[in-house]
Design a protein around this ligand. Structure first.
Ligand code: ATP
Ligand code: MG
Length: 251
């Protein structure tokens, strides 16, 4: 086991979700979900459409307050706090469907993120990491958000999330709708961020690639966690892989 793994194991959770419930008009979308993310980990939530994955992320990031349960970030209760307060603590969500501004240029999209966090963007030194990770975006700084391809828009959403200097990134289906090649690029980027020590909670339907990348995973079905454990163990669970991919796992 690497040193990094040992130190991650010994540290307490960075994020602790305890019996979180989210209700929409009487319908229980998230039902007493408990999960933990330790510093430096990639933790994944896997589940079918409508399982409640986005609802969990939205409760953590303050987009929609939890109906019950506790959310602790570095030991402090953040459940129900306003989204700007949660961003200021370093939790940044890259939303499903990208939500970039189509009428703003790539550069302006990045600038908005940095202003939201009271930091000025495109300072050369701080920007170099992003420049390095998104070389193709750097050639399109003046291009409008609406003119980007699906893959480029996803890269911009990720770059914008990183501009906010996250301590924990919440990623909501970053590979949704992307070609296999672009999906691989997004996963490679997540791998690089992991290697840099960034803590991530990753929601995905791309089960096999996600389990190959994550440290641990939780399986969500109709708002409830039905399984959790080291990602590699879940990956070798033939029934789970069958349920989510509809094909038999290789023997
Ligand atoms: N604003 C809302 N009002 C009413 N119901 C909602 C709302 N948002 C989500 N739901 C419902 O809550 C359940 C969980 O939705 P959620 O978006 O969290 O699922 P998900 O796992 O992210 O799904 P997907 O994979 O399709 O993104 C679904 O049944 C959905 O229809
Ligand atoms: Mg969703």
């Amino acid at each position: 086991m690497s040193e990094r793994c040992i130190s991650v194991k010994m540290m307490g959770p960075m994020l602790e979700v305890d019996r979180l419930s989210v209700v929409y008009g009487g319908i229980l979308a998230v039902d007493e979900v408990s999960l933990q993310v330790r510093p430096g980990e990639i933790v994944s939530i896997i589940g079918a459409n409508g399982a409640g994955k986005t609802s969990i992320l939205n409760a953590i990031s303050g987009i929609r307050p939890p109906d019950s349960g506790e959310i602790l970030f570095e030991g402090e209760s953040i459940g129900g706090r306003p989204a700007h307060d949660i961003v200021a603590r370093g939790i940044v969500q890259v939303p499903e469907g990208r939500k970039i501004f189509g009428t703003l240029s790539v550069k302006e999209n990045l600038r908005v993120a940095a202003h939201q966090n009271d930091r000025f963007v495109l300072r050369h030194r701080e920007h170099s990491n992003i420049r390095n990770m998104f070389p193709s975006l750097m050639n399109k700084l003046e291009q409008l958000g609406a003119s980007l391809s699906g893959g480029e828009a996803q890269m911009l959403a990720l770059a914008r999330g990183l501009e906010s200097k996250p301590r924990m990134l919440l990623l909501d289906e970053p590979s949704l709708g992307l070609s296999p090649k672009l999906t691989e690029e997004v996963f490679e980027l997540i791998r690089r961020l992991h290697a840099q020590g960034l803590t991530m909670l990753l929601v995905e339907q791309n089960v096999r690639q996600t389990l190959a990348l994550a440290d641990r995973a939780y399986v969500l079905e109709s708002g409830r966690i039905t399984q959790h454990g080291p990602a590699r163990e879940l990956l070798s669970d033939k029934q789970l892989v069958y349920n989510y991919l509809g094909i038999s796992a290789p023997v």
